[in-house]
Design a protein around this ligand. Sequence first.
Ligand SMILES: [Zn+2]
Length: 246
Amino acid sequence: MALERLLKGFKDFHTGYYREHRDLYQRLATEGQSPRILIIGCADARVDPGILTQTQPGDIFTVRNVAAMVPPAQYPPDTRHHGTSSAIEFAVRGLGVEHVVVLGHALCGGIGALVDGRDSIYASYDYLSTWTSIAQEVRDRAVQELKGRSREEITRAVEQAAVLNSLSNLMSFRWIAEKVEAGTLALHGWWFNMMEGQLYAFNPETGTFAAVKGVKVEPTVVKGTSLSAIAPERLLATVAGNKPAF
Ligand SMILES: [Zn+2]
């Protein structure tokens, strides 16, 4: 049943969208792809970056993994299988994207598992907790700073702070730091709240995520942005200093 729905969808795509965009596909096939944006999103079935941004084939290069995380760079590179890092490398070095967006989201199961730690039903999985431990320090700090707050509030804080952690990790790749410093690459920290259908972007000046209104948003990291401005600890301290959100 579920698969039939996919094939029905593909049939509709073939006779509808593909036919309407045949020229676009032909051009992409002959000229290759040249997206200007890399989106690093979560594998969650509810937050498809292409649907959220209403983009067309060729517009965005996308990496999706558990909790939209970026691991720190590994220097010197080793022989392990760095799926996310290699996709980022191809987008930045190969395709020359001008923007990298880390897109976290509300109700993220990966972040929930990280927050719950040993109490999580996923704690005994082979790979999951090792992967989400990319943001372990952020999680531990949030639990400590937001002691007494609800799980929902702590989880939201970690969801957003993990986006900043990923931006910091992006800057640990030398070819990303170099391009940011050259002014040819900008990094963006976004968070999507599916309950209200609202997109939020991190503003380094206020240290918080603010609802995006309209079509203009300031990048989170550009040439000259200090890494302390995007430190996850700063966001957590701001959340801890405000009244509970729930
Ligand atoms: Zn998620």
